[in-house]
Design a protein around this ligand. Structure first.
Ligand SMILES: [Zn+2]
Length: 205
């Protein structure tokens, strides 16, 4: 694993400012990357430190009594923590749509209020997607196989980040198996040719 999320993305995650879809992609990477998990824990602790450094504010009358009463109230048991799904089998809960020769797409989360959506894409080795971009950010985690584009080569576990300036032509590398990626995109697909004609009406990207 050589490509990790950027510091900006890690901080946005710590601050709860990532779109839901991007948060899922990031957690998928964190589940398989101890180095980034340690960094995320540090970012969360630093956030707490910054809160502790804020100048004290005056309390509303009675708030100390209310807080003490709450401390004595029984604590509900925390919900059981579910392991983050990280494999294709765990994540592929929908239907694969044919989007081109050797390429399939499975929508997982529709576009929400944050204008982001979550998809799985499966591309046969050697197949290349036509050049395209997005009007917002794109966060990708490779689950299986490998792909390459103008920004580098990405293997299982790696994270690729794109912004509206990125125009890329990803190709599934010939590593003997399909490349399957979990992709969060914000905004709209910018594409021409068959990709735009086929994919946009079909899945509304
Ligand atoms: Zn990492």
């Amino acid at each position: 694993m050589t490509h990790h999320p950027s510091a900006a993305t890690m901080l946005a995650h710590a601050a709860g400012r990532l779109p839901v879809a991007h948060g899922i992609v990031l957690r998928t990477h964190l589940a398989t990357c101890p180095a980034c998990r340690a960094e995320a824990a540090l970012a969360a602790a630093m956030g707490g430190e910054m809160l502790a450094d804020l100048p004290p504010a005056e309390l509303a009358p009675g708030s100390l009594d209310r807080m003490l009463a709450r401390l004595e109230a029984p604590v509900p048991a925390p919900p059981p923590s579910r392991p983050v799904p990280t494999t294709v089998e765990q994540l592929a809960t929908g239907r694969w749509w044919w989007i081109g020769p050797g390429m399939r797409l499975m929508p997982l989360l529709r576009r929400g209020a944050d204008d982001a959506r979550l998809d799985l894409i499966k591309v046969a080795p050697g197949r290349r997607l036509p050049a395209h971009g997005h009007t917002g950010t794109e966060l990708t985690c490779v689950l299986r196989g490998a792909f390459g584009d103008e920004t580098g080569e990405y293997l299982a576990g790696d994270v690729a980040e794109g912004d509206p300036a990125l125009e890329h032509e990803p190709v599934a590398l010939p590593v003997g198996e399909d490349c399957v990626c979990l992709i969060a995109t914000q905004g709209r697909l910018r594409a021409q040719g068959w990709l735009a004609r086929l994919v946009q009406p079909l899945v509304g990207v």
